[in-house]
Design a protein. Structure first.
Length: 340
C-alpha cells in the first residue's frame, strides 16, 4: 500500500515549531507529523496529519514512525536550551546529542525504505561560538562560520557536535564498509541568532533577554535585564527564521557549498532594545541587573555574524530590520495577545 510523503517536525510546540507548522500545513504535497514531549495545543495539532506526544530518546516511538510513515524531510527542532542545559549538562547531552543521533538514524532508515535522500533541517545557534574576550569581540564583529568555534556552554558544545554529526551522516557514513553505503541524509543547518517571537513566550535561552523584556512590558510587569546595557548580539524576528528554514529546505542541493550557514538580521545593544520597549510602553519598568555568569556567556558570542554565504547560496534575505520588526510584527501582535 502506497503512503503519502510526510514531513516530521520535532519540538513542534516550541518557538520555531509553532510558526513552522503554520506554514507547512499549507503544503498539500506532504502529510505533516508533529512530535513533542508535551501535548500539542488543539489549534496547532489540528493543522497536522498526526500529532505524536513522546520523547526523541524513545527508540520504540521512532521505530513506529519509521514503520507507519514515509518521511522525506525532518525539521529537528527539539532541544534543551542554553540556560537550562547549564544546570543539567548530562541531560542536555542526552537530549541534544543522542536525540539528534536518533533522528539521523531515522532519516537513514527512511531513505532506505523509499529510496530518496531525506532532507534533515537542523537549527544550530550562535552558542557554537566562543570569543575569548570583549576586545576580540569588538575587533571581529562579523564572524564567519569557520571562526571561533570554541563554545563555552554545554548547549553550544552539543550544537557544534551535532553539526559535525550531520556532515558525517551526509558525507562519510560507514565509510569503511565493504560496499558503498550512502546514508541518504541531506543535512542542512542554520546557526540562528537570538529569536524574537510575538506569539510564544521565551523560556530557557540565554539570548532571551530581548523578548523577555518586551513581553514583560506588555504584561505590565517589571523586568530586570540580566545583561549589561552595552551587550550586543545578533537577533532576528521569528517570521524571518521560519522563512529561512523553508528557503534552505527548498534550495537545490547543487547550489549549497556547505552544510552549516550563519544568518542574521539586526544587532542592537540591550539598551537599544530597552529604549524601543519604553517608547512602545511608556510605563514599562525595565532596568539592568547583570548576572555575572550569564553575562560571561553572552560576551563570548559575536556582536554580528557574516551571513554572506547564505545570501549567495540560497538567497537568504530577511524582511525585518529592528524598527520594522517592532512596528509591524512584534508590537501589533503582542498588544493583541495581552489585550485578550
Amino acid at each position: 500500500m502506497s503512503r503519502r510523503k510526510a514531513i516530521l517536525v520535532t519540538g513542534a510546540s516550541g518557538e520555531i515549531g509553532t510558526g513552522l507548522i503554520e506554514r507547512l500545513s499549507h503544503n498539500a504535497d506532504y502529510d505533516l507529523l508533529a512530535l513533542d514531549i508535551r501535548e500539542l495545543d488543539e489549534s496547532l495539532g489540528s493543522k497536522c496529519h498526526a500529532r505524536i506526544q513522546g520523547d526523541i530518546l524513545d527508540d520504540r516511538l521512532l521505530e513506529r514512525l519509521v514503520s507507519e510513515f514515509e518521511i522525506h524531510a525532518v525539521f529537528h527542532l527539539a532541544a534543551l536550551l542554553s540556560t537550562r542545559a547549564e544546570f543539567t549538562p548530562k541531560t542536555a547531552h542526552e537530549v541534544n546529542v543522542q536525540g539528534t543521533l536518533n533522528l539521523l538514524e531515522l532519516a537513514v532508515e527512511q531513505s532506505r525504505w523509499h529510496g530518496h535522500p531525506v532532507k534533515f533541517l537542523f537549527p544550530s545557534s550562535i552558542a557554537v561560538y566562543g570569543l575569548p574576550d570583549l576586545e576580540t569581540k569588538g575587533a571581529h564583529e562579523a564572524v564567519r562560520e569557520d571562526e571561533f568555534n570554541f563554545p563555552t556552554t554545554m548547549y553550544g558544545c552539543n550544537k557544534l557536535y551535532c553539526e559535525h554529526l550531520g556532515r558525517y551522516y551526509m558525507r562519510h557514513y560507514r565509510q569503511l564498509a565493504a560496499e558503498a553505503n550512502a546514508a541518504g541524509v541531506d543535512f542542512r543547518s542554520i546557526r540562528f541568532p537570538g529569536l524574537i517571537s510575538a506569539f510564544t513566550v521565551p523560556h530557557g535561552g540565554t539570548s532571551d533577554f530581548a523578548p523577555e523584556m518586551l513581553h514583560a512590558a506588555a504584561r505590565g510587569e517589571p523586568y530586570a535585564c540580566f545583561v549589561r546595557e552595552d551587550t550586543r548580539i545578533p537577533f532576528m524576528a521569528m517570521p524571518d527564521a521560519v522563512d529561512a528554514l523553508l528557503a534552505l529546505w527548498d534550495a537545490e542541493a547543487e547550489a549549497l557549498t556547505q552544510q552549516v550557514y550563519n544568518i542574521t538580521s539586526f544587532s542592537p545593544t540591550a539598551l537599544e532594545v530597552a529604549d524601543l520597549v519604553r517608547r512602545a510602553f511608556p510605563a514599562a519598568d525595565v532596568h539592568f541587573s547583570p548576572d555575572a555568569k550569564r553575562q560571561g556567556i553572552v560576551d563570548t558570542w559575536p556582536a554580528e555574524v557574516d551571513d554572506a554565504r547564505a545570501r549567495r547560496d540560497w538567497g537568504y534575505a530577511p524582511k525585518f530590520d529592528l524598527e520594522r520588526a517592532f512596528e509591524t510584527y512584534l508590537l501589533p501582535n503582542i498588544r493583541e495577545r495581552y489585550r485578550r
